[in-house]
Ligand binder design. Sequence first.
Ligand code: ADP
Length: 446
Amino acid sequence: MRGKKMKHKIYLQFCLIAALAILVTTTIVTALFYQRFKAQVFSDVRTYAYVLTSVDTYDEATLIQEVHQLDNLRVTIIDKEGKVLLDTNADIGGMENHSNREEIKAAFETGEGQAVRQSKTVAKSTFYYAVRMNDGNVLRVATETGSVLSIVQGMLPIVAVMVIILFVICTFLGRLLTDSLLRPIEQMAKNMDYVNEISVYQEMEPFIDTIRRQHEDILKNASMRQDFTANVSHELKTPLAAISGYSELIENGMVSEKDIARFGGEIHKSADRLLTLINDTIRLSELDATTQDVVLETVDLYQAAENCMDTLEISAQKHDVTLKLEGVPCKIRTEKGMADEVIYNLCDNAIRYNNKGGSVTISVMPVDNQIVLSVKDTGIGISKEHQERIFERFYRVDKSRSKSTGGTGLGLAIVKHIVARNGARMELTSEVGKGTEIKIYFDKAA
Ligand code: ADP
């Protein structure tokens, strides 16, 4: 609806401008033309006036008579007092004093004078040219021509036809122009799915590109969310089914006394698994949801790594892995708790995907203007094809190993999210059978 209105407006404005242009041009051309015409007429009467004054006074009257008949000129002779001595068109007896006429006054004063006056009929103008003769009288030649109005009237049909033709052309061009200007927008509004197939002109391209990208992002996001929901549900089902199954057996008295503790243990493990899964899911949606109002605090990364080592010491012993810490105290600015979360997730992985007797080295070092956190293990490594995918939600190289060590497949997705939020950069180097190193580059705190 709105789009239609705008299109109509552009179109109307185009036509209006065209009409205005035609009008202005015609007026100017007419004015110029009239100006030239006037100059020509004056030049003609002036020539007559001079020719007549140069003639011998004796033959004056007859000659004037002839000129009048020949060219439809009116000739008048006026004396110093303004009295009309001779007039080819009127009876001089009834004529009023002429000394006030503009051209005559000028002729007495300067020798010559000119004027143009409206005739009695509006459609005509009279052009006067007066010259002072040697005897002191003034001779005036006058001719009647069409006035501006009559010239305009004469031109009107041609102008009208021209205006109509131009207007039709402009209308047609206007429609073409507005159509081609607005077509991509209209097409896009109709169906975003075919945005790639719309042909656009150069100026539209950045705009279309942005919309296209946003559209794709929206679609990708929607499908990611859908996948995520399906995955979460699926992941929740397994431990829940186990809990339900074991407890049902106990409820029905089908478990012998000595097995009860083992079944209880299984239920406990599944419940823990559910909790970690739900915690990780909640954490991810928190990270997804809050993008503004981030409150930063200054954190010593080295200190955070030390704390993390304490927390993971027992787990490391269980996996027969030694933890080492290198580096110096380095301050960065991040959101509350996020440094601990990142180090914990990376170290936890480095322990869980390690070999017996292996080691994990955490290092915190300033490099150039940045602080580099590195978590390096001597574990199983990740092959090239998996390296770029392990940061995806629920992506696991070896599902059973991940599950048996309490993994959810969300740890690295959380790390990636945090790194992006804090404007940091992440680097992964890994070789199957040798180990993995993940480095994160933070900006130094001021
Ligand atoms: P999980 O909970 O399964 O550990 P993560 O998101 O933390 O989930 O990691 C995803 C996958 O990446 C893991 O399942 C594992 O296959 C692989 N991975 C992560 N860290 C390491 C590592 N240090 N060494 C080898 N493989 C790793």
